[in-house]
Design a protein around this ligand. Structure first.
Ligand code: TYD
Length: 198
């Protein structure tokens, strides 16, 4: 039996990490992983080592990092273990379409990844107003990345909501607090046959 593949999407400070731990505990353990990865391309992207490159190049690099990561995820799922991934293909569509602006080609952003991703059993979008999420990130004392400007994140949020419609993501209000968010998500998983409370 293959493990289940759960993806968490949302802007920074939406609570993906906390939710990943809550789901893993509820289902009796899972491999928690994230993108950009700690691999060569993912690390370089996070550190901005590629410099000021065109958003389309950035999209291809995030997708390449994902293609490599996907092979690891596939191996884990084949052992029967669950994988919970913090960001996956939706991040590239949401963030890089926001960077590309008016001319963003959604078909291209989705098609160029289509051969190198696994279809998740469930993708959850933790939806939050970036004004609130940025305050959460500030409280954590983390430095803001170049992707974390308010106007930009508003566009990312909009793109995420459009994508959720298109790809049937479960949209969850991330302002409810961690306990309610986790309960809501477990409720969605139960309805989809992915979780049975003990
Ligand atoms: P993030 O999850 O915030 O990593 P960390 O917690 O280590 O900073 O990811 C870093 C940034 O990368 C984040 O602001 C979103 C951006 N990103 C993209 O623009 N496209 C992508 O495809 C991915 C995976 C991330």
């Amino acid at each position: 039996m293959k493990g289940k593949f759960i993806v968490l999407e949302g802007i920074d400070g939406s609570g993906k990490t906390t939710l990943a731990h809550a789901i893993a505990e509820a289902v009796g353990g899972a491999d928690l992983t994230f993108e950009p990865t700690r691999g060569a391309i993912g690390s370089a992207l996070r550190e901005g080592s590629f410099g000021d490159i065109p958003p389309a190049a950035e999209a291809l690099l995030f997708a390449a990092d994902r293609a490599i990561h996907t092979e690891e995820i596939r191996k884990t799922l084949d052992t029967g273990r669950w994988v919970i991934c913090d960001r996956y293909l939706g991040s590239t569509v949401a963030y890089q379409s926001a960077s590309l602006g008016e001319g963003a080609d959604w078909d291209w952003l989705l098609d160029m990844q289509s051969k190198s991703v696994i279809e998740p059993d469930l993708t959850i979008l933790l939806d939050i107003d970036p004004e609130i999420s940025l305050k959460r990130v500030a409280v954590r004392g983390e430095a803001l990345s170049r992707f974390e400007k308010l106007d930009f994140l508003r566009k990312v949020r909009e793109a995420y909501l459009r994508l959720a419609d298109l790809l049937d993501y479960a949209v969850v209000d991330a302002t409810m607090g961690p306990t309610m968010v986790a309960e809501t998500v477990l409720g969605i998983m139960e309805k989809k046959g992915l979780y049975a409370p003990q």
